[in-house]
Unconditional design. Structure first.
Lengths: 142, 990
């Protein structure tokens, strides 16, 4: 299962963090450590990283890193593509998504994520269905 | 869709975020955040009730601040209030805040349960989903208790809409994980399986996760899911990519769902139903076939999604481990990936292949890829991939390729990343031991390990090589030769010195014939390292030197010079000092015959599971699984070093007593496998340390003397249980436990040590205990007569047969002490029973040694022998005397001829405490004379030793010095030997 999802920029600032299991240590220091490890890696290195008692799967989009912590049972490639699907869904909603979109619309970014991953498990991968509730909400607000 | 700050556009939030981004420094950012927090706090506290919009805005700001790494300790109540709003956006923000910021064990949970319940019962599906999602993310025990009964209905009801079903599945999963008991079992468990057939793939995706978790707990209840999962998987795999529309991802139909279904199937063994089994195999074959088809897209997303399914299919094939064709196909597929340009695929292929290596069907197929894997080890730029390559080489290693794999791993070790060195060292050590080409190769390999990565060689590894060398006499000469050569390197790791010291101490004589490695050369070579080594290693080398004194009498002088050197004799390290003193003394007083017996070559070690393996398992819990699988499946393996060497010690025990112990009677002489094993461990050290047993305070560090004690730790035996070595060390307070010193050292010259302080001042206690037998003692003394009751307790549930204890008085003791033993009425001690024996003693004249109790019995067919000393000491025949100061000083002055006085100044072993000292002196037998000494801290005492031939008056003065933690002890008696003996006994008490 997934333990957490982090969105971090190149400066190491967390832009979004969702935990599915309560972090054992202090959240801030563990995030910092994970980010440092991922930033230090080169593109030629593989996207998986053993970290403490779990695994990190990460993918970089321009200046933004998506880092997912998973247990040892999880299928790494499936997580790698989950990340891409998240990004595509964001892109579909925000239209050419960038870091700023996430920052200024944190609530929406979380909401989309919530539709895709719940309790550390993938629930929905169909982009249209993921975006359905948020569109309902946007309409209600208008 | 609008872009920045879209939707209901919270301007204030946008401004705040922009401000933060414009901050030039960390301090400025902190300042801005503090300002904002103060602002929000005042807004929340203000009189004016905030509207939903403002609350939402502030909660968003708090969330943003939280993500920047700050703890948020307020705002929770506002978020809770948002939950009861009717506006979807506000409600959503409230839930979001709680999901992200609230800890599962927060008090807040209780407050929000009500709101959640309301939303669950709402008719608005969007609200129900929000509530379910919230439970799914932060569900706690309290939530489970009050909400769990509601959820299953939502999942199986035909009226529930799909989105709610999905959320309800994950919600229930959460509650089940948090507190399984609160989730009601019932008819719904049967129906939940049928969700795998649901039309909606989103529902199937969510349900599969739920079923997977439930099935792990109670597989029987969800057995019907196997065939349902297979048919669902089959429909996905065989569908064309247009069939599943939105669930097709880059031309791959429902990859995530396929992965989940394949993982669900891994909870179960292969289906028994042939139809289901055939269908599953078809699916797996189709997945393997697709991997060979040309890709439908060049995008990495396509290949990743396809391979995600492929790897999970391979995992299932490995899990079933019944289809040789599929296993070999999987192996070949992975083999292709090993050379793929995608690093990710190489990494995963190495990882999966490691699992395949443990299957008997594919082990050989995996071995074909050895060269590729070795290349990966050498050329991969990514350390995590190299790590996987190491794992795989370890996994594919067997007798046929061990030599090559170990050589490659050793070569890699020279440049390996620091992070993985220790683990690699363990792996190399295990492989070398498990698949030895021959024993010389094994020894070479371990020495190479020490040479290349000495710092990473843990104690277990070097203990092990010593054990194996000691157990295999065909390799001993070779081992001596190679360690000698290895030690000649100018810079040589301390672990090498340890192994070298130990092995030369045992087997140096085997190479001494060669002038280039003559005794003197060996000694000088070792001693050239001495000053660079840590104290434990020096201690080990001192043991080597005493062993050399036995092996090479011709260089005894030089060796004694080293022991006599003030650096050792007065070393601040108590252990070193003690060894130097004792070894020097032993080499001076003992005859060559006695030396030869005491310093006999080590007996073989008992065979256990390699402790190195245990260590690796501890380090990498996931390795153990592989190991277990492997061990289980490959019982037909060629005998490993472990098994083959195991024969050696088993042949020795019962009939022939171990030579070391025979003459220099070490405390325990037992012949059972177990006892032999354990006592064999410290044997090299035991006769030495125990003849001159250390004062109690030295007990713990003294145990590993000669490295022997250390070696015992290698077996993962809890020391308290049956580890005789712990009993050997005089640490257990109740243990009185010693070898008679009479034969090894003339009386009067014995180092003051062999009697345990505890029994000098008390008469009752446990004399001896191992896992078979406990011996208790109760004693009474009057005048020159004593009566000891010994209680032999059988701790096992089987009888001891031919149980014969005998007491003897070695050497001069025979004429000084008259001992009468009543024979036992029975010669069988039943399991759990206790028998008593009475021993009468009479003191004829003063004595030093103690009578020896030797017990022989047969336990489950093997003869056991235990030798120990009875707690009969000179001071037992002591009677207190009262006298006034004048009498005392008159007598004191009379006893002034040489030999009548003994004065010792010594460091306190125990904390200096007046009351305790008083108790000890009284227990020892002195009458204490208060007011004689002007200094109230000092003790003055008097007593008479009542031997049959003579009565000896004794006077004592004990002066503690608190500052220096020292004592001055002055004893005056009319007999030189009594003075010395009592002084020695007293010395150990303080």
């Amino acid at each position: 299962m997934l333990k957490f999802i982090l969105l971090v920029n190149k400066q190491g600032q967390t832009r979004l963090a969702q935990y599915y299991e309560h972090p054992e240590q202090d959240r801030v220091s563990i995030e910092r450590d994970i980010i440092r490890k991922c930033l230090a890696r080169e593109d030629s290195q593989c996207s998986f990283l053993e970290y403490k008692n779990f695994k990190l799967v990460y993918r970089r989009y321009a200046s933004l890193y998506f880092i997912v912590g998973v247990d040892h049972m999880e299928n790494e490639l499936a997580i790698l593509e989950l990340i891409h699907n998240i990004v595509e869904t964001y892109d579909k909603y925000f239209d050419k998504v960038c870091e700023l979109d996430i920052m200024f619309n944190l609530d929406k970014a979380y909401m989309i994520l919530e539709e895709m991953v719940m309790n550390g498990r993938i629930v929905e991968m169909n982009q249209n269905r993921i975006l359905l509730p948020i569109r309902v909400m946007d309409q209600a607000a208008q | 869709m609008p872009n920045v700050a879209k939707g209901d556009g919270m301007r204030g939030l946008a401004v705040f975020i922009s401000d933060i981004r414009n901050c030039k420094s960390k301090e400025a950012e902190q300042k801005r955040i503090n300002k904002e927090l103060a602002n929000i706090r005042s807004k929340f506290k203000g009189d004016k009730t905030l509207d939903g919009y403002s609350k939402k805005k502030y909660v968003c700001k708090l969330l943003f601040i939280f993500l920047l790494g700050h703890d948020i300790d307020f705002g929770h109540m506002e978020a809770v209030n948002l939950l009861s709003s009717n506006k979807y956006t506000e409600k959503q923000i409230g839930y979001l805040f709680i999901s992200v910021l609230v800890n599962t064990n927060s008090d807040l949970i209780r407050l929000i349960i009500g709101s959640i319940k309301n939303d669950l019962l709402s008719r608005n599906a969007v609200h129900i989903c929000l509530a379910l999602q919230c439970i799914a993310n932060i569900g706690s025990k309290e939530m489970a208790e009050s909400l769990a009964p509601e959820i299953p209905k939502l999942i199986v009801s035909g009226e529930t809409i799909d989105a709610v079903k999905q959320s309800a599945c994950l919600c229930l999963l959460r509650l089940f994980r948090t507190s399984p008991d609160t989730v009601p079992s019932g008819e719904w468990t049967q129906r939940v399986g049928h969700l795998l057939n649901d039309q909606h793939l989103g529902v199937v995706t969510a349900a599969t996760s739920l079923i997977h978790t439930l099935a792990q707990k109670t597989p029987e209840d969800f057995k019907n899911c196997v065939s349902l999962a297979i048919s669902r998987l089959s429909r996905i795999v065989t569908s064309s990519y247009t069939d599943l529309q939105d669930y097709t991802y880059y031309f791959v139909p429902a990859p995530w769902l396929s992965v989940k279904l394949l993982r669900l199937l891994q909870v179960y063994p292969p289906p028994e139903d042939p139809a289901a089994r055939g269908r599953l195999n078809e699916c797996l074959e189709t997945i393997l076939n697709k991997a060979q088809e040309p890709p439908k897209s060049k995008k990495v997303q396509h290949s990743n999604a396809k391979n995600a399914v492929l790897f999970e299919a391979i995992n299932l094939i490995i899990h079933h481990d019944t289809e040789p064709t599929l296993l070999v196909r999987a192996c070949n597929q992975l083999g292709q990936f090993l050379q793929h340009r995608e690093t990710n695929l190489r990494y995963l292929a190495l990882e999966s292949m490691c699992l395949l290596a443990s299957s008997e069907f594919s082990h050989e197929a995996v071995k074909k890829h050895m060269d590729t894997v070795i290349t990966a080890l050498k050329t991969e730029r990514d350390v995590s991939v190299r790590q996987r390559a190491v794992d795989l080489l370890y996994g594919m290693c067997d007798k046929s390729n061990a030599e090559e794999i170990v050589a490659e791993m050793l070569a890699y070790l020279e440049t390996a990343d620091y992070s993985i060195r220790e683990e690699m060292v363990l792996k190399v050590a295990i492989l070398a031991e498990k698949y030895p080409v021959d024993y010389t190769w094994y020894v070479d390999t371990i020495l190479n390990l020490i040479r290349i990565a000495g710092d990473y060689v843990s104690d277990e590894v070097w203990f092990r090589v010593i054990q194996i060398v000691i157990n295999r006499d065909d390799v001993q000469g070779y081992a001596a030769k190679v360690v000698f050569e290895a030690l000649q390197a100018p810079a040589c790791h301390e672990n090498m010195v340890k192994v070298g010291g130990y092995i030369l101490g045992e087997f140096g004589n085997l190479i001494a014939g060669d002038q280039r490695s003559s005794p003197m050369v060996q000694f000088q070579l070792l001693h050239s390292k001495y000053h660079l080594c840590s104290a434990p290693t020096r201690g080990l080398l001192l043991s080597t030197y005493i062993k050399f004194i036995n092996l090479f009498p011709e260089i005894k002088g030089q060796l004694q010079d080293v022991l006599r050197n003030n650096n050792n004799l007065r070393n601040a390290d108590a252990e070193l000092q003690q060894r130097a003193i004792e070894y020097l003394q032993l080499s001076t007083v003992a005859s060559q015959d006695v030396l030869a017996t005491v310093l006999e070559e080590m007996p073989p070690f008992p065979e256990r599971e390699s402790s190195i393996l245990a260590k690796l398992k501890k380090k990498k819990p996931n390795v153990s699984d592989i190991e277990v699988v492997k061990e289980g499946k490959k019982s037909s393996n060629p005998p490993t070093l472990n098994n083959s060497a195991a024969n050696t010690p088993e042949a020795t025990p019962a009939s022939a007593p171990v030579p070391v112990m025979a003459a220099a009677p070490a405390p325990v002489q037992s012949a059972s496998d177990d006892l032999l094993g354990l006592s064999a461990g410290p044997a090299a050290a035991a006769p030495i340390t125990n003849n001159f047993a250390a004062p109690a305070s030295f007990a713990a560090p003294a145990a590993p003397a000669g490295g022997g004690g250390l070696l015992v730790d290698v077996f993962d035996t809890p020391p308290a249980q049956n580890n005789v070595s712990s009993a050997l060390a005089p640490q257990a307070e109740e243990n009185f436990f010693n070898a008679p010193a009479g034969e090894t050292a003339p009386s009067g010259d014995t180092p003051a040590s062999e009697l345990d302080g505890r029994f000098a001042i008390k008469n009752n206690g446990v004399l001896f205990e191992n896992e078979l037998l406990q011996i208790g003692v109760k004693a009474e003394y009057k005048g020159n007569l004593g009566r000891l009751g010994l209680f032999y307790g059988n701790k096992t549930s089987y009888p001891f047969q031919f149980f014969t204890p005998t007491v003897s008085c070695p050497g001069e003791l025979a004429s000084a002490l008259n001992v009468q033993t009543k024979p036992l009425d029975v010669n069988t001690v039943e399991g759990g029973a206790q028998v008593q024996q009475i021993i009468n003693v009479e003191c004829i004249s003063d004595f030093v040694d103690a009578p020896v109790l030797s017990i022989k019995f047969s336990y489950s067919g093997s003869m056991q022998q235990i030798n120990l000393m009875l707690p009969v000491m000179l001071n037992k025949f002591f009677e207190p005397v009262e006298m006034d100061a004048t009498t005392f000083f008159n007598r004191w002055k009379q006893l002034n001829s040489p030999g009548q006085e003994e004065q010792k100044i010594f460091k306190a072993t125990f904390p200096i405490d007046s009351d305790t000292s008083r108790t000890k002196l009284l227990g020892f037998g002195f009458g204490l004379l208060d007011g004689v000494d002007p200094n109230p801290d000092n003790f003055v005492g008097a007593g008479i030793i009542k031997a049959q031939s003579s009565q000896v008056g004794c006077l004592l003065r004990l002066e503690p010095n608190m500052q220096a933690q020292m004592y001055r002890l002055t004893l005056r008696t009319s007999s030189t030997s009594v003075t010395t003996r009592l002084a020695d006994l007293l010395l150990k008490l303080f």
